[in-house]
Design a protein around this ligand. Structure first.
Ligand SMILES: *Cc1c(COP(=O)(O)O)cnc(C)c1O
Length: 386
């Protein structure tokens, strides 16, 4: 009987989502090289993948993964702290710290696991967390787990942040300020230099989530580089699953904070280490990012060309959102693009605020100039038809 109620509960929820054009389905999609995917026996050109540099298909990255798997096995066999701290971690963490210009780095199972692990180590019940209202879902999840007082400030609104700190900082022990470095659904950059300066003035710790910065902006070094200078953000987290093309998350920081995470971050302690093949793939991909500047600079160049043709503002990252508004017409636009051979997913609430459903287009070094031109023409057609 209770099983029946459980099913009915699920069906009712799903029907409600469908009624609002908010139902999600998993579509079998085989990723091919060169920005192509195969879906329902059709080949599509994908403009919604976060593999910005095509490194998931780079022959050297695949070879590094294959060799490590052969040598160390398919899985880690345990938590990093117990039996899973493969020596490949040391090289990966050194490489990350070198690229980010920090003393140390700690690798987690994913970016999500990094945020839900790191934030509760630094903030608790007596502390304050201030976060940009458009922060990624896993920063919200980490802040919620910390059980601190949470206050959101307006998107990139540094004066609101400063006045919140003036008003509330003294009531709390620690204060953590959270922001995406590049906002995942809008593609704009956080004002990292100003945020850092405000945090310094008010004794707050800045954490930037550079999931969409590493490998694609500022010669691949990410969102802490502003006007050619490195802003010494004390907590720089990110993922190995986007431009790096593999899987995993990281925090780049000082030796002391890194050691504290190795001791206290629950999502590092109570979970299995990454597969050796993944560690080797990520390390090799980061080495490509350090040396192949042409590849690193291509996604943003494509995004800028596309935005110019469509008549959108000049992008600051390879993410270009086309705001449609309601969920239903956004889905329709996405379907029309798919009919023309392009894959662009409709991003709907709750991933983005109500009334701001959008086509989120991302550009990759795997795309050719001609791919981008054909895509621009198709988008123009679809938008005109809408
Ligand atoms: C994708 C993403 C994450 C999560 O990273 P995973 O490694 O995929 O778990 C975190 N933050 C932002 C801003 C992201 O876009």
């Amino acid at each position: 009987m209770s099983e029946e109620f459980l099913r009915a509960f699920a069906r009712e929820k799903l029907a409600a989502l469908e009624g609002e054009s908010l139902l999600r389905t998993l579509a079998d999609t085989q990723r091919l090289a060169a920005g192509r995917v195969r879906r329902d026996a059709r080949e599509l050109l994908s403009f919604c993948c976060n593999d910005y540099l095509g490194l998931s298909h780079h022959p050297d990255v695949i070879e590094a993964s294959r060799l490590a798997t052969q040598e160390h096995g398919a899985g880690a066999g345990g938590s990093r702290l117990v039996s899973g701290n493969n020596p490949l971690y040391a090289r990966l963490e050194e490489t990350l710290a070198r690229i980010k210009g920090t003393e140390d780095a700690v690798v987690f199972g994913s970016g999500y696991l990094a945020n839900i692990g790191v934030i509760p180590v630094l903030a608790g019940r007596k502390d304050l967390i201030l976060m940009d209202e458009l922060c990624h879902a896993c920063l919200f999840a980490g802040a919620t787990l910390a059980r601190s007082r949470i206050i959101h400030f307006g998107h990139k609104d540094t004066s609101e942040l400063a006045s919140l700190l003036e008003r509330h900082r003294d009531e709390y022990r620690h204060c953590l300020v959270l922001t995406d470095g590049v906002f995942s659904m809008d593609g704009d950059r956080a004002p990292v230099a100003e945020l850092f300066e405000i945090c310094e003035r008010h004794d707050a710790w800045l954490l930037t989530d550079d999931a969409h910065g590493l490998g694609v902006i500022e010669d691949g070094r990410g969102s802490s580089i502003v006007g050619g200078h490195a802003v010494p953000v004390p907590l720089q987290m990110g993922t190995l699953s986007k431009a790096v093309g593999a899987y995993g998350g990281y925090l780049c920081t000082s030796h002391d904070v890194a050691d504290l995470m190795r001791n206290r971050a629950r999502s590092l302690q109570y979970t299995t280490g990454l597969p050796p093949g993944t560690l080797a793939a990520a390390t090799k991909a980061l080495e490509v990012i350090e040396t192949d500047h042409q590849r690193v600079n291509t996604p943003l160049a494509h995004a800028r060309r596309f935005a110019q043709v469509i008549g959108l503002p000049r992008p600051e990252s390879p993410i270009v959102p086309i705001l449609v508004g309601d969920a239903a017409p956004t889905l329709k636009a996405s379907q029309r693009l798919e009919q023309r051979g392009f894959l662009v997913v409709a991003i709907r609430p709750p991933t983005v605020p109500e009334g701001t459903a959008r086509l989120r287009c991302t550009f990759s070094a795997s795309h050719t100039k001609e791919d981008v031109e054909r895509f621009s023409a198709a988008v123009t057609e679809v938008l005109e038809a809408a």
